[in-house]
Design a protein around this ligand. Structure first.
Ligand code: PMP
Length: 561
């Protein structure tokens, strides 16, 4: 069907009417009532998208869905002509792909305009019989057991998917660096941002900017809606029980410091023990060391084997009645090891200890469910999940948060202040003193919408495929030694190359436009455990391609010559 009846990309209302009549079984000679349709009028200020997290770029498309012209890279069955198995030119005609988003079309104002629901239903009806090519899942990753990071088995056949559509959402991926097109393989350090996130932040400053929670005027309401809407999105993303369990912080580092300086200060006492793992980022070592020095606590470390895998039996040996906290990463940023997080949490709880899980490297690569993980705190940074820098999240169990003292005092977090006494709000307010990073919280909401619509399960599968592909090729580069060879890994390929310093490799790759991190990755203890001071670390995201991996590998082969 064509929804394109004029140059403004507006849907053909008559056509929608006919479809609505069919779908909702209208009586003869009667129409199903479609609410009035108000396309975007560029001469008027757009209706607020406060709280919806919807990219305002959608507004400019008149709230219309033009099947021939996707505004995003989401799988679009109307584009049969463009659906190609990715990397077909390289002879790979299959792709792991788990999910088609529940709703293939996303409309602006969904929460604000009642007619959207009906229109959405009509549009969903249109795509119930897409003529998608079903691609058998063969080759890499055929063994469902390999998908240890997914709760459900991957689909046996997969609809077509074109990574190049997704890449169009990321303007920076078209950037030239040293005369070459950028190849961004530094995703473990930070991820690039889709247009939907960039636009959402601009929109906030153009139409909603105000301080929140404090004034009775329109913009304060819009900004508060947008900020609290973002909190709701984070809650859904993590499957937390309540929005009150989601605290906005500056990032992972601040979230861990918050727990150390509030709960740790209050509940840990001389002689108590904290267990961390050998894989930890400095952000999950230093705050505990500082607290240990101040309060005379003991820190114990779970060792890893030579592949960089947690030794669970050694962990169990380190637990004593004095263990009050276990704090560990779900995915190692230096090696990519996926830790047995649920088991570690369970064992800690059975010993009566609290658990913090560092999700900085996991949230962008695999579905996370804090309810089933059952950690007491879970932390991550917005910038690692395609959102802005300067915003992050501390998830905490609500009861625990409410019996924990605040770490910073000031505006926003109080119920009442006299010169003699102050009472605090419950979470999340009690941990959000002062004016927070409102616009970037809203941007994070848009990033969560973005990855959710693609599907975290799909992202995990696609990246797993890429990781296996890259690992296979890197192993063939003479003199290259992979650092971190755990059976269960995500996204990261750390290595050293005979005869080259890691920064030399980084500089050579940079000449080809390839961005990788070389250094200690803020995780010196684990690199030293594996006998190196630094590595070269390409790290993958769902917008990377096999062609980019090929270029990386080719450049490394060239270096060896
Ligand atoms: N933990 C891990 C596992 C990380 O990878 C990082 C970032 N490299 C951090 C913590 C710290 O994150 P941020 O700098 O965003 O606070």
């Amino acid at each position: 069907m064509s929804t394109n009846t004029n140059s403004g990309n507006l849907p053909d209302i008559q056509e929608l009417q006919t479809l609505a009549n069919q779908l909702f079984k209208a009586q003869p000679n009667e129409d199903i009532v479609l609410p009035e349709y108000n396309p975007y009028d560029a001469t008027k200020p757009p209706v607020s998208v406060a709280g919806s997290g919807v990219s305002p770029s959608g507004i400019h498309h008149g709230n219309a869905v033009n099947l021939q012209d996707p505004q995003t890279g989401f799988n679009d069955p109307g584009l049969n002509a463009s659906i190609q198995p990715v990397e077909q030119d390289l002879g790979r005609s299959f792709l792991p792909f788990e999910l088609i988003p529940d709703s293939l079309f996303h409309l602006p104002f969904q929460q604000e305009q009642p007619f959207e629901k009906q229109l959405q239903q009509v549009l969903n009806g249109i795509v119930t019989t897409p003529n998608l090519p079903q691609i058998p899942l063969t080759g890499f990753g055929t063994d469902p057991a390999a998908y240890y990071f997914l709760k459900d088995k991957p689909a046996a056949t997969l609809p077509g998917f074109d990574v190049n559509f997704i890449r169009k959402d990321f303007p920076i991926l078209s950037e030239n660096v040293n005369g070459k097109q950028l190849v961004w393989l530094d995703n473990a350090a930070t991820t690039q941002k889709p247009r939907q996130v960039i636009d959402r932040i601009s929109y906030f400053y153009e139409h909603e900017n105000s301080n929140i929670h404090r004034a009775a005027h329109e913009l304060a309401a819009r900004a508060t809606d947008a900020y609290e809407g973002a909190r709701k999105k984070v809650q859904g993303f993590l499957n937390a029980g309540s929005v009150n369990e989601i605290i906005f912080t500056r990032g992972t580092t601040e979230s861990i410091n918050l727990v150390a300086k509030s709960w740790g200060e209050q509940y840990l006492h001389a002689g108590d023990e904290i267990i961390i793992s050998h894989l930890e980022h400095h952000a999950n070592i230093v705050p505990w060391q500082q607290l240990a020095a101040k309060k005379n606590l003991t820190i114990k470390v779970i060792p890893v084997d030579d592949d960089g895998q947690i030794l669970l039996d050694e962990y169990v040996k380190r637990i004593t009645p004095k263990t009050k906290l276990v704090s560990f990463t779900q995915v190692s940023n230096a090696l990519g090891t996926v830790t047995p997080a649920a088991q570690i949490v369970q064992i800690a709880h059975s010993a009566g200890a609290k658990v913090l899980v560092d999700g900085a490297q996991s949230v962008s690569h695999m579905p996370v469910d804090v309810k089933s993980l059952d950690a007491d705190w879970f932390v991550f940074s917005g910038h690692k999940v395609f959102g802005p820098t300067g915003i992050g999240v501390l998830y905490g169990k609500e009861e625990l948060l409410n019996v924990t003292q605040p770490w910073q005092g000031g505006g926003n977090m109080i119920k009442d202040v006299t010169f003699e006494h102050t009472t605090y709000h419950n979470a999340p307010g009690r941990f959000e003193a002062g004016t927070g990073n409102i616009a970037d919280a809203v941007g994070l909401g848009a990033a969560i919408d973005y990855v959710t619509r693609i599907g975290m399960g799909f992202i995990a599968q696609y990246e797993h495929f890429l990781l296996e592909y890259a690992t296979g090729l890197l192993k063939q580069v003479p003199g290259l030694r992979l650092i971190g060879t755990a059976a269960e890994k995500a996204s990261v390929l750390s290595f050293v190359l005979d005869g080259y310093k890691t920064e030399e490799v980084g500089a050579e790759l940079n000449k080809q436009g390839i961005a990788v991190r070389s250094g200690h990755h803020c995780a010196q203890p684990i690199l030293r455990r594996l006998g190196v001071e630094s590595t070269v670390r390409p790290s993958l995201a769902f917008y990377n391609t096999c062609a980019e991996v090929d270029l990386l590998v080719k450049t490394l082969h060239g270096l060896k010559k």
